[in-house]
Write a protein that binds this ligand. Sequence first.
Ligand code: NAP
Ligand code: G4F
Length: 329
Amino acid sequence: MTKHRALITGVTGQDGAYLSQLLLEKGYAVHGVVRRSASADVMDSRARWLGIADQIELHDANLTDITSLLRVFDQVQPTEIYNLAAQSFVKSSWQQPYLTGLVTGLGAANVLEALRISCPGARYYQASSSEMYGLVQDPIQNENTKFYPRSPYAAAKLYAHWLTINYRESFNIHGSCGILFNHESPLRGIEFVTRKITDGVARIRLGLAKTLPLGNLEAKRDWGHAKDYVKAMWLMLQQERPDDYVVATGRTTSVREFCHLAFSCVGLKADDFIEIDDRFLRPAEVDFLLGDASKAATQLGWTPETTLEQLVSEMVEADIERIERGARL
Ligand code: NAP
Ligand code: G4F
């Protein structure tokens, strides 16, 4: 058996794809949990985009079904478990609060229980979120900043976050939480604002759309590149002691400024195309996020490598190429 066996829940998502790529490069056997879907043809589209689909072993399970997790954990006997699966779209969490609590919150309880029963020595990563800071209580958020969740998603993430800390203290598991600020890439889901913008810019540039409808342009986020952020996840599990870390760039940018950057990549002016559409506003908003990742820098040796300008231009270029090729994703 290969020494390092990683099991990733949420392997079909943005971070699951980049984390798989990183772990394969490091010589891991990579296993992923996938939930059964009628759209099996698009299930591993991100891994295919990265050219690694045939190197990941997929297992049929669901975070809401602990028996399915136990079966997979028993079979794989992972040395590291990365719990990335979630209903991760904040806006949907008001439409589906129960489902969000079940998957994003209680799903983590199922994963932790399966770990405790089946492979208690495995190291565990919990995908916590800067969304938990919500109505921010400090101008720059670090590991000591108080949480103030502003969505059903954030409340569910907070449950999973504290449960991981509780399992660390109760059962001595090696469980770490990465409080990751927003991270994006060409593999980002199309519903999130950055990808919606870069896809919209590409469509307008290619003459396929005339406008870009958006919600709150004044919200500010600390945006980094997903490829950089999965390195921090791995580093957390290589530490002797489990702990919790903020992962962020230390730069905050408004949605409006992101639009300006993206449109300027193709020589256009954002103000000529943006339309405000109330359907994209939220019942409660997280107005401002800005992370202080100095603990990750000092203890993990992690710093972000990609600038916002590089991220935006990579995303715009990828969307133009994707549309020109007629590719799905
Ligand atoms: P994502 O692209 O939305 O991926 C979510 C993954 O969870 C998908 O693989 C999805 O599978 C899977 N999933 C959903 N419900 C499931 C269930 N019931 N059982 C099993 N799998 C299920 O998310 P991401 O951007 O990669 O983020 C990874 C994790 O980090 C998430 O937990 C997210 O909440 C958290 N996070 C993300 C950010 C960010 O900025 N990206 C920041 C902080 C924290 P399907 O393909 O079948 O839908
Ligand atoms: O891209 P978003 O949907 O991401 P959000 O809500 O910050 O959540 C993401 O980051 C979290 C980390 O802080 C993760 F935990 C979570 O899983 C997810 O990955 O929205 C960003 C901002 C919001 O303020 C939103 O109101 O953009 C604003 N926005 C403005 N117009 C829009 C739109 N968001 C979306 N999705 N679509 C719009 O048209």
